[in-house]
Design a protein around this ligand. Sequence first.
Ligand code: EPZ
Length: 420
Amino acid sequence: MDKLIVHGGSQLEGSVSISGSKNASLPILAATLLTKESCIIRRVPDVSDTNYMLQILQNLGAEVERASGTVIVRAEKIGHEAPYELVRKMRASVCVMGPLLSRLHKATVSLPGGCVIGDRPVDLHLRGLEGLGAEVQVEGGDLHLKCRELRGKTIDMRGKHGTTVLGTDNIMMAAVLAKGTTIIEGAACEPEVVDLANFLNKMGAKITGAGTTRIVVEGVKELHGVDHTVIPDRIEAGTFLVAGAMASTKGITLKRVEREHLTSVIELLQDAGFEIEGSGKTLTIRPGARRVGCDITTEPYPGFPTDMQAQMCALFATTPGISVVRDTIFPQRFMHCSEMKRMGADIDLNDGTAVIRGVDHLSAAPVMASDLRASAALLLAALTAKGATEISRVYHIDRGYEHIDQKLVDLGAHIERLKV
Ligand code: EPZ
């Protein structure tokens, strides 16, 4: 398991190119199961999660080729069982249920366990799939789904925590070849859902309303192969904006971003005292007159994303004043705070809320990554901490950030990756 040694205090400057979106790539890769023809998908980030998904597709029988950021998938002959040993590694594997049901009218996927950010139920996925005509059985930790046919219906995706991103994806992919029209009420509006809908429409699907809470899918007979480029990773971009906010006096520039996907993050960083310029594909962040603490409550898109919550905690740990960060989507998603307290952060955690009192500086300490975004937060905290911080279990960070340590080194950070 690799470790990162981060020598704090280096100034970041220059520009960084943002990779394609992990969270757009995963459902799009699953959607290649909907056709026998070849699909070319460009800017798929080379991270563990996308590689797990490619292994699942291969295990199902698809032919997969990867040449740097471009992936070619041809799912001519496929089985219906996603292997436990792969699915257990990545919860997002559940998004193969919809395509397998559409293509084969059956699917077996292991029930995803929870993870450190909290319980990860799939009840809304299953309720929606049953609404379209699937029969669901849970046996031996596996979900067994089958149907005679899928028929369009009105499906409500809302649950007690609001809606579900991958659940919306699953229902969309189960509806594209169904008989009749499906209306998805309470759909997730994330840009990654829109990218999936664009991919499916290029394949010949008839989807309207993606990006709103009401998506309409008119079932078609079959889908064909496509050539598609995934959207930029808005969470990687947000993470680098926070890196610039924390460790750059001259400012840094992000290239290949989609500014409109980052509105809530940009607005919050501006409220926190930073200047952010640029439009469309390039953003530059610089320090403003003074830094101030802020209050954040995470919400479904276009609200402030839960996937940026940990990174903001790292920023607020050394921001003068008090900041309150509440995660309504994953109330347990605060493992990063316990580790940052080892570095001297002053944080009280209570009932899904972190109250952060900014300290003058953090100090290096051995810390342990626990999940993808918590790892990013620790890396950001270490950039400004006094001394050399050792971060273990960095495989968590490699799940969703493409060469993040090298990108930071190219910006001026002093980071060593130890293979242990
Ligand atoms: C997606 O996960 C993202 N993952 C997550 O990013 C992100 O944190 C999450 O959406 C919320 O924005 C991918 O896109 C691969 P949800 P997803 O279903 O779809 C509850 C990262 O760091 N819920 O939208 O699995 C659930 O408990 C990852 O890149 C149900 O109650 O999340 C949660 O409270 C982490 N029943 C809320 O909904 C269900 O059937 C949102 O979950 C499904 C979800």
